[in-house]
Design a protein around this ligand. Structure first.
Ligand code: F6P
Length: 319
Protein backbone atom coordinates (compact mmCIF):
# COMPACT_ATOMS: atom_id res chain seq x y z
CA UNK A 1 0.00 0.00 0.00
CA UNK A 2 1.74 3.16 -1.21
CA UNK A 3 -1.15 5.51 -1.73
CA UNK A 4 -4.47 5.71 0.10
CA UNK A 5 -7.54 7.90 -0.19
CA UNK A 6 -9.88 9.30 2.44
CA UNK A 7 -13.39 10.66 2.10
CA UNK A 8 -16.27 11.77 4.29
CA UNK A 9 -19.79 10.96 3.23
CA UNK A 10 -23.40 11.33 4.38
CA UNK A 11 -24.42 13.66 7.20
CA UNK A 12 -21.38 15.43 8.62
CA UNK A 13 -20.45 14.87 12.25
CA UNK A 14 -18.21 16.78 14.65
CA UNK A 15 -14.89 14.94 14.82
CA UNK A 16 -14.75 14.03 11.14
CA UNK A 17 -11.89 16.52 10.73
CA UNK A 18 -10.00 14.91 13.58
CA UNK A 19 -10.47 11.52 11.87
CA UNK A 20 -9.19 12.84 8.51
CA UNK A 21 -6.20 14.35 10.31
CA UNK A 22 -5.43 10.99 11.92
CA UNK A 23 -5.64 9.19 8.56
CA UNK A 24 -3.34 11.71 6.88
CA UNK A 25 -0.76 11.89 9.66
CA UNK A 26 -0.73 8.14 10.33
CA UNK A 27 -0.36 7.48 6.62
CA UNK A 28 2.50 9.94 6.18
CA UNK A 29 4.14 8.59 9.35
CA UNK A 30 4.30 5.23 7.53
CA UNK A 31 5.57 6.79 4.26
CA UNK A 32 2.22 6.45 2.54
CA UNK A 33 0.84 9.17 0.31
CA UNK A 34 -2.66 10.26 1.31
CA UNK A 35 -5.23 11.72 -1.08
CA UNK A 36 -8.40 13.48 -0.03
CA UNK A 37 -11.61 13.00 -2.01
CA UNK A 38 -13.61 16.22 -2.08
CA UNK A 39 -17.39 15.93 -1.65
CA UNK A 40 -17.87 12.27 -0.73
CA UNK A 41 -18.81 9.64 -3.33
CA UNK A 42 -20.25 12.33 -5.63
CA UNK A 43 -16.82 13.99 -5.76
CA UNK A 44 -15.12 10.63 -6.16
CA UNK A 45 -17.08 9.85 -9.35
CA UNK A 46 -15.96 13.21 -10.76
CA UNK A 47 -12.31 12.63 -9.82
CA UNK A 48 -12.22 15.48 -7.29
CA UNK A 49 -9.15 14.12 -5.57
CA UNK A 50 -6.14 15.97 -4.19
CA UNK A 51 -2.96 15.12 -2.35
CA UNK A 52 -2.95 15.95 1.34
CA UNK A 53 0.19 16.92 3.24
CA UNK A 54 0.88 17.19 6.97
CA UNK A 55 0.01 20.89 6.78
CA UNK A 56 -3.29 20.22 4.97
CA UNK A 57 -4.71 18.90 8.23
CA UNK A 58 -3.16 21.46 10.55
CA UNK A 59 -5.53 23.53 12.69
CA UNK A 60 -8.58 21.34 12.04
CA UNK A 61 -8.73 18.97 15.03
CA UNK A 62 -11.07 21.33 16.89
CA UNK A 63 -13.33 22.22 13.96
CA UNK A 64 -16.81 20.83 13.35
CA UNK A 65 -17.99 19.80 9.88
CA UNK A 66 -15.59 18.24 7.40
CA UNK A 67 -13.02 20.15 5.39
CA UNK A 68 -13.29 17.47 2.67
CA UNK A 69 -17.01 18.30 2.33
CA UNK A 70 -19.73 15.68 2.34
CA UNK A 71 -22.67 14.66 0.20
CA UNK A 72 -25.33 12.01 -0.24
CA UNK A 73 -25.21 10.47 -3.73
CA UNK A 74 -28.00 8.53 -5.42
CA UNK A 75 -25.78 7.76 -8.44
CA UNK A 76 -23.19 6.03 -6.28
CA UNK A 77 -25.83 3.50 -5.22
CA UNK A 78 -25.67 2.10 -8.77
CA UNK A 79 -23.03 -0.28 -10.06
CA UNK A 80 -22.15 2.19 -12.84
CA UNK A 81 -21.54 4.93 -10.26
CA UNK A 82 -19.36 2.62 -8.20
CA UNK A 83 -17.33 1.61 -11.27
CA UNK A 84 -16.81 5.30 -12.07
CA UNK A 85 -15.45 5.76 -8.56
CA UNK A 86 -13.07 2.80 -8.86
CA UNK A 87 -11.79 4.11 -12.21
CA UNK A 88 -10.98 7.46 -10.62
CA UNK A 89 -9.19 5.84 -7.69
CA UNK A 90 -7.12 3.73 -10.10
CA UNK A 91 -6.34 6.81 -12.22
CA UNK A 92 -4.75 8.40 -9.14
CA UNK A 93 -2.91 5.17 -8.29
CA UNK A 94 -4.80 4.82 -5.01
CA UNK A 95 -4.75 1.30 -3.52
CA UNK A 96 -7.12 1.64 -0.57
CA UNK A 97 -9.79 4.00 0.73
CA UNK A 98 -10.83 5.10 4.20
CA UNK A 99 -14.52 6.00 4.28
CA UNK A 100 -15.68 8.10 7.23
CA UNK A 101 -19.45 8.21 7.56
CA UNK A 102 -22.66 6.50 8.58
CA UNK A 103 -24.60 3.49 7.34
CA UNK A 104 -25.11 4.84 3.79
CA UNK A 105 -21.37 5.49 3.51
CA UNK A 106 -20.65 1.98 4.75
CA UNK A 107 -22.93 0.56 2.07
CA UNK A 108 -20.84 2.40 -0.55
CA UNK A 109 -17.62 1.10 1.01
CA UNK A 110 -19.06 -2.41 1.08
CA UNK A 111 -19.97 -2.18 -2.62
CA UNK A 112 -16.46 -1.02 -3.57
CA UNK A 113 -14.90 -3.78 -1.49
CA UNK A 114 -17.13 -6.41 -3.11
CA UNK A 115 -15.95 -5.13 -6.49
CA UNK A 116 -12.33 -5.65 -5.48
CA UNK A 117 -11.36 -2.22 -4.14
CA UNK A 118 -10.32 -2.39 -0.45
CA UNK A 119 -12.07 0.09 1.82
CA UNK A 120 -12.08 0.54 5.58
CA UNK A 121 -15.11 2.12 7.23
CA UNK A 122 -14.76 4.59 10.11
CA UNK A 123 -18.05 5.27 11.94
CA UNK A 124 -18.83 8.99 11.75
CA UNK A 125 -22.41 10.04 12.45
CA UNK A 126 -24.19 11.83 15.26
CA UNK A 127 -26.82 9.07 15.28
CA UNK A 128 -24.62 6.46 17.04
CA UNK A 129 -26.33 3.78 14.95
CA UNK A 130 -23.44 1.89 13.37
CA UNK A 131 -23.10 -1.77 14.34
CA UNK A 132 -19.66 -2.86 15.54
CA UNK A 133 -18.89 0.14 17.74
CA UNK A 134 -20.31 1.38 21.01
CA UNK A 135 -19.84 4.99 19.96
CA UNK A 136 -19.68 6.77 16.64
CA UNK A 137 -17.67 9.94 16.00
CA UNK A 138 -19.89 12.97 16.59
CA UNK A 139 -22.42 11.39 18.92
CA UNK A 140 -20.88 12.75 22.10
CA UNK A 141 -20.69 16.29 20.71
CA UNK A 142 -24.28 16.18 19.45
CA UNK A 143 -25.39 14.87 22.81
CA UNK A 144 -23.71 17.73 24.63
CA UNK A 145 -25.31 20.22 22.24
CA UNK A 146 -28.74 18.75 23.03
CA UNK A 147 -28.09 18.74 26.77
CA UNK A 148 -26.98 22.35 26.64
CA UNK A 149 -30.26 23.20 24.88
CA UNK A 150 -32.36 21.16 27.32
CA UNK A 151 -30.73 22.87 30.31
CA UNK A 152 -31.60 26.26 28.81
CA UNK A 153 -35.12 25.15 27.99
CA UNK A 154 -35.51 23.92 31.56
CA UNK A 155 -34.82 27.46 32.86
CA UNK A 156 -37.63 28.99 30.85
CA UNK A 157 -39.92 25.96 31.31
CA UNK A 158 -39.56 26.33 35.05
CA UNK A 159 -40.09 30.13 35.05
CA UNK A 160 -43.33 29.79 33.10
CA UNK A 161 -44.45 26.42 34.49
CA UNK A 162 -44.67 25.01 31.00
CA UNK A 163 -44.32 21.67 29.28
CA UNK A 164 -41.70 21.55 26.55
CA UNK A 165 -41.45 19.06 23.71
CA UNK A 166 -37.88 18.91 22.38
CA UNK A 167 -37.49 17.19 19.01
CA UNK A 168 -34.03 15.76 18.37
CA UNK A 169 -32.46 13.95 15.42
CA UNK A 170 -32.67 10.20 14.97
CA UNK A 171 -34.87 8.71 12.27
CA UNK A 172 -34.29 5.07 13.11
CA UNK A 173 -32.10 5.22 16.20
CA UNK A 174 -33.10 6.65 19.55
CA UNK A 175 -29.61 7.07 21.01
CA UNK A 176 -29.56 10.87 20.95
CA UNK A 177 -33.04 11.08 22.47
CA UNK A 178 -32.31 8.46 25.11
CA UNK A 179 -28.90 9.71 26.27
CA UNK A 180 -29.91 13.38 26.12
CA UNK A 181 -33.22 12.66 27.83
CA UNK A 182 -31.50 10.76 30.62
CA UNK A 183 -28.73 13.33 31.05
CA UNK A 184 -31.20 16.22 30.81
CA UNK A 185 -33.66 14.74 33.33
CA UNK A 186 -36.55 14.54 30.85
CA UNK A 187 -39.92 13.30 32.12
CA UNK A 188 -40.60 11.33 28.95
CA UNK A 189 -38.36 10.04 26.14
CA UNK A 190 -39.78 8.83 22.83
CA UNK A 191 -37.53 6.57 20.75
CA UNK A 192 -38.13 4.75 17.45
CA UNK A 193 -37.28 1.44 19.14
CA UNK A 194 -40.44 1.57 21.30
CA UNK A 195 -44.07 2.52 20.75
CA UNK A 196 -45.71 5.21 22.84
CA UNK A 197 -49.09 5.44 24.46
CA UNK A 198 -50.36 9.01 24.61
CA UNK A 199 -52.90 8.39 27.36
CA UNK A 200 -50.28 6.74 29.51
CA UNK A 201 -47.83 9.61 28.99
CA UNK A 202 -50.51 12.21 29.74
CA UNK A 203 -51.54 10.38 32.92
CA UNK A 204 -47.94 10.21 34.14
CA UNK A 205 -47.42 13.91 33.45
CA UNK A 206 -50.69 14.77 35.21
CA UNK A 207 -49.62 12.75 38.26
CA UNK A 208 -46.36 14.67 38.33
CA UNK A 209 -48.24 17.96 38.21
CA UNK A 210 -50.52 16.80 41.04
CA UNK A 211 -47.41 16.03 43.09
CA UNK A 212 -46.26 19.61 42.57
CA UNK A 213 -44.10 19.37 39.45
CA UNK A 214 -44.26 22.75 37.77
CA UNK A 215 -42.79 21.92 34.38
CA UNK A 216 -42.01 18.92 32.20
CA UNK A 217 -39.59 18.13 29.40
CA UNK A 218 -40.38 15.54 26.77
CA UNK A 219 -37.64 14.48 24.35
CA UNK A 220 -38.89 13.12 21.04
CA UNK A 221 -36.70 11.46 18.39
CA UNK A 222 -37.68 12.80 14.96
CA UNK A 223 -38.31 9.27 13.65
CA UNK A 224 -41.16 8.69 16.12
CA UNK A 225 -43.35 11.71 15.59
CA UNK A 226 -42.76 15.40 14.93
CA UNK A 227 -42.53 17.56 18.01
CA UNK A 228 -45.47 19.68 16.80
CA UNK A 229 -47.66 16.65 16.15
CA UNK A 230 -46.85 15.25 19.58
CA UNK A 231 -47.70 18.58 21.24
CA UNK A 232 -51.04 18.56 19.38
CA UNK A 233 -51.80 15.07 20.66
CA UNK A 234 -50.82 16.09 24.19
CA UNK A 235 -53.15 19.09 24.00
CA UNK A 236 -56.05 16.72 23.34
CA UNK A 237 -55.35 14.91 26.63
CA UNK A 238 -54.21 17.71 28.94
CA UNK A 239 -54.53 21.44 29.49
CA UNK A 240 -50.77 21.96 29.89
CA UNK A 241 -49.25 25.12 28.51
CA UNK A 242 -46.97 23.46 25.95
CA UNK A 243 -44.19 24.74 23.68
CA UNK A 244 -42.10 22.93 21.05
CA UNK A 245 -38.41 23.26 20.20
CA UNK A 246 -37.02 21.50 17.14
CA UNK A 247 -33.25 21.41 17.50
CA UNK A 248 -32.54 20.34 13.91
CA UNK A 249 -29.12 20.75 12.32
CA UNK A 250 -27.67 22.67 15.23
CA UNK A 251 -27.02 19.14 16.54
CA UNK A 252 -24.64 18.42 13.65
CA UNK A 253 -22.29 21.35 14.17
CA UNK A 254 -19.86 22.68 16.72
CA UNK A 255 -16.39 21.97 17.95
CA UNK A 256 -15.99 18.26 18.76
CA UNK A 257 -15.73 17.25 22.41
CA UNK A 258 -12.47 15.80 23.72
CA UNK A 259 -14.10 12.36 23.63
CA UNK A 260 -14.95 12.68 19.94
CA UNK A 261 -11.48 14.00 19.06
CA UNK A 262 -9.76 11.10 20.80
CA UNK A 263 -12.19 8.54 19.36
CA UNK A 264 -11.71 9.98 15.86
CA UNK A 265 -7.92 9.97 16.21
CA UNK A 266 -7.85 6.36 17.34
CA UNK A 267 -10.30 5.07 14.74
CA UNK A 268 -8.76 7.03 11.85
CA UNK A 269 -5.27 5.78 12.68
CA UNK A 270 -6.49 2.19 13.09
CA UNK A 271 -8.13 2.30 9.67
CA UNK A 272 -4.75 3.16 8.11
CA UNK A 273 -3.06 0.35 10.03
CA UNK A 274 -5.58 -2.13 8.65
CA UNK A 275 -4.92 -1.00 5.08
CA UNK A 276 -1.15 -1.32 5.72
CA UNK A 277 -1.73 -4.84 7.07
CA UNK A 278 -3.52 -5.61 3.82
CA UNK A 279 -6.85 -5.94 5.61
CA UNK A 280 -9.27 -4.10 3.33
CA UNK A 281 -13.00 -4.61 3.65
CA UNK A 282 -13.04 -3.92 7.40
CA UNK A 283 -14.97 -1.54 9.62
CA UNK A 284 -13.30 -0.17 12.73
CA UNK A 285 -14.96 0.48 16.06
CA UNK A 286 -14.50 0.85 19.77
CA UNK A 287 -15.85 -1.66 22.25
CA UNK A 288 -15.12 -1.56 25.99
CA UNK A 289 -12.49 1.08 25.18
CA UNK A 290 -10.64 -1.34 22.88
CA UNK A 291 -10.21 -0.90 19.16
CA UNK A 292 -12.01 -3.61 17.20
CA UNK A 293 -12.59 -4.30 13.53
CA UNK A 294 -15.12 -6.36 11.65
CA UNK A 295 -15.66 -7.49 8.11
CA UNK A 296 -17.51 -4.53 6.62
CA UNK A 297 -20.00 -6.80 4.91
CA UNK A 298 -20.76 -8.62 8.16
CA UNK A 299 -20.82 -5.35 10.13
CA UNK A 300 -23.58 -4.03 7.90
CA UNK A 301 -25.53 -7.24 8.34
CA UNK A 302 -25.58 -6.73 12.11
CA UNK A 303 -28.12 -4.57 13.80
CA UNK A 304 -27.35 -1.57 15.93
CA UNK A 305 -29.00 -2.13 19.27
CA UNK A 306 -30.01 0.59 21.62
CA UNK A 307 -29.05 0.04 25.25
CA UNK A 308 -32.42 -1.09 26.60
CA UNK A 309 -31.11 -1.12 30.19
CA UNK A 310 -30.43 2.58 29.84
CA UNK A 311 -33.95 3.07 28.49
CA UNK A 312 -35.40 1.18 31.44
CA UNK A 313 -33.30 3.26 33.82
CA UNK A 314 -34.51 6.49 32.21
CA UNK A 315 -38.09 5.36 32.81
CA UNK A 316 -37.40 4.43 36.41
CA UNK A 317 -35.74 7.76 37.14
CA UNK A 318 -38.37 9.89 35.50
CA UNK A 319 -41.36 8.83 37.60
O1 F6P B 1 -27.60 10.79 9.82
C1 F6P B 1 -27.38 11.99 10.47
C2 F6P B 1 -28.62 12.86 10.42
O2 F6P B 1 -28.31 14.08 11.06
C3 F6P B 1 -29.89 12.26 11.02
O3 F6P B 1 -29.95 12.32 12.42
C4 F6P B 1 -30.96 13.08 10.35
O4 F6P B 1 -32.18 12.39 10.34
C5 F6P B 1 -30.40 13.26 8.96
O5 F6P B 1 -28.99 13.14 9.08
C6 F6P B 1 -30.73 14.57 8.31
O6 F6P B 1 -30.21 14.55 7.04
P1 F6P B 1 -30.04 15.83 6.10
O7 F6P B 1 -28.93 16.67 6.67
O8 F6P B 1 -29.69 15.27 4.77
O9 F6P B 1 -31.33 16.56 6.15
Amino acid sequence: MKRIGVLTSGGDAPGMNAAIRAVVRKGIFHDIEVYGVIGGYAGLMKGKIEKLELGSVGDIIHRGGTFLYSARSEEFKTKEGQQKGIEQLKKFGIDGLVVIGGDGSYRGAKALTEQGFPCVGVPGTIDNDIPGTEFTIGFDTALNTVIDAIDKIRDTASSHERTFVVEVMGRNAGDIALWAGLAGGAETILIPEDHYDMTDIANRLKKGHERGKKHSIIVVAEGVVSGYEFAKQLKEETDFDTRVTVLGHVQRGGSPTAFDRVLASRLGARAVELLIEGKGGRAVGMEKNQLVDYDIIEALGKEHTLDMNLYKLSQELSI
